[in-house]
Write a protein that binds this ligand. Structure first.
Ligand SMILES: Cc1cc2nc3c(=O)[nH]c(=O)nc-3n(C[C@H](O)[C@H](O)[C@H](O)COP(=O)(O)OP(=O)(O)OC[C@H]3O[C@@H](n4cnc5c(N)ncnc54)[C@H](O)[C@@H]3O)c2cc1C
Length: 406
């Protein structure tokens, strides 16, 4: 029977599970609590069920946070290399795509959750499911966790209660009030990594089309952010990673006049120019030429928007028409009206500022003995495994430090 410190972990998402395993591995007696009937509930839906588990390119510059320097230290201590190695030790071998997105070899999030549950059992972690921790009270020695009518005395606590995204999966921001009472600032918690709502009237016929494009978000004439990647046109706006990565900026600038500018030729401008030059003067339909670089539904919509008849050939088109078309394709503007809510979001921004924890131990600078990990902290990564990377990394550092009593 181990006689190490008693560590309570609140939240059995990736951050809490990793913290519990790390603390137990260091000899701590660990209690893990979650309101869900299983551990890692949200993991099951990650990566469309494949679990985009980390990203080999994860570096502080890719994330939005109040304290990039602290995030840099966290990822220096526990970067994708360390996380992927730890996951492999836990029976979760992974692979990376050419652009660094990492997945389990099984391509199945369910097997990741199963492996973690097995690892928790093997490590002797006492898992309390369907158990809400409603309060955390500092005592003269240690801390008290309040669960229903019960009180559990522990030496240290890791709070890994997540944010507010996809509340049906357990994370509803229910512990933020407790953290505020312990002295933490709570930055507004807003939807991130979600679809952007736009006035789609100009492009409503593109519904269902996906393409790689440049996307920029403007407040008036001020550029707020820019991405390049896959965009999906929906009935209500823009989705896909390129739009989702910018959605937090829509959340944080909600009261401003926002415009989304699409560059549909971000990847293939030169290819189209070369083709148009080669076919210039021929009876080649302009729409067919556009189809060389755009999905089939797009050319008629773009020709109509540019005020050019659908049947226009390259022989008939004037230089001014070609120029107008090229300008439009490089700058399609949509008025932004908001974002999809928390129920559609993959993440929330805000919560506890990263600056309020020590980057090496994740211990609270406001409440000694309390460590914070995962989405509870104000760190937002883009699509691609960055957010799970952050959850695993902070869980590892917090669990290790909690077990060591530092
Ligand atoms: C649809 C979807 C797809 C995603 N896909 C990816 C992806 O492919 N790659 C990626 O990197 N990220 C992805 N994410 C984001 C990723 O899931 C989160 O970054 C990650 O789950 C955060 O981990 P966490 O442990 O901090 O919080 P969570 O996973 O939210 O876990 C927190 C846990 O705490 C529990 N809890 C909360 N309050 C209490 C309380 N008071 N008492 C007891 N228990 C409590 C909750 O029930 C929950 O289980 C996706 C998210 C969603 C919603």
């Amino acid at each position: 029977m181990t006689s190490g410190p008693r560590v309570g972990v609140i939240g059995a998402g990736p951050a809490g599970i990793m913290a519990a395993l790390e603390a137990a591995g260091q000899g701590a007696r660990v209690l893990l609590f979650d309101t869900n009937p299983m551990v890692g509930r949200k993991l099951l839906v990650t990566g469309n069920g494949r679990c985009n588990i980390s990203n080999t390119q994860a570096a502080a510059a890719r994330y939005a946070t109040d304290d990039p320097a602290a995030l840099g230290l966290i990822l220096e201590r526990c970067g994708p290399g360390q996380v992927l190695q730890r996951l492999a030790e836990l029976g979760i071998p992974t692979y990376a795509t050419a652009d660094g997105w990492c997945y389990p070899l099984s391509d199945s999030a369910a097997t990741v959750a199963d492996a973690l549950a097995a690892a928790l059992a093997l490590a002797g972690v006492r898992v309390h499911l369907q158990t809400l921790v409603s309060d955390l009270v500092p005592r003269a020695r240690g801390l008290e966790l309040v669960t229903g009518g019960q009180r559990e005395r522990v030496d240290r606590v890791v709070v890994a209660t997540g944010g507010k995204a996809h509340p049906a999966l357990g994370s509803k921001g229910r512990f933020l009030d407790v953290l505020a009472r312990l002295g933490h600032t709570i930055l507004p918690v807003l939807p991130a990594l979600t679809a952007i709502d736009c006035d789609m009237r100009p492009l409503h016929k593109l519904q269902g089309v996906r393409l790689d494009a440049g996307l920029a978000l403007y407040s008036g004439e001020e550029l707020l952010g820019r991405t390049l990647g896959n965009v999906l046109f929906t009935q209500t706006g823009l989705s896909g990673p390129a739009a989702m990565d910018l959605s937090y900026l829509v959340s944080t600038h909600a009261d401003e006049p926002l415009t989304a500018r699409l560059d549909l030729l971000a990847l293939h401008r030169q290819a189209l120019l070369d083709l148009l030059e080669r076919l210039r003067g021929q009876a080649w339909p302009l729409g067919v030429a556009l189809g060389a670089v755009l999905p089939a539904k797009a050319p008629p919509v773009m020709l109509a928007l540019a005020g050019i008849p659908a049947e226009r050939t390259l022989a008939q088109a004037s230089d001014a028409e070609i120029e107008r078309l090229m300008t439009l394709l490089g700058r399609v503007e949509l008025r932004v009206t908001g974002v999809r809510g928390f129920q559609f979001a993959q993440l929330s921004t805000g919560g506890v500022p990263l600056a309020e924890v020590a980057p090496d131990t994740l211990e609270s600078r406001r409440a000694p003995g309390v460590h914070l990990a995962g989405e509870t902290l104000n760190v937002m990564g883009p699509c691609g495994g960055y957010n799970l990377q952050f959850a695993w990394a902070t869980g590892m550092l917090a669990g290790r430090a909690a077990a060591a009593g530092t």
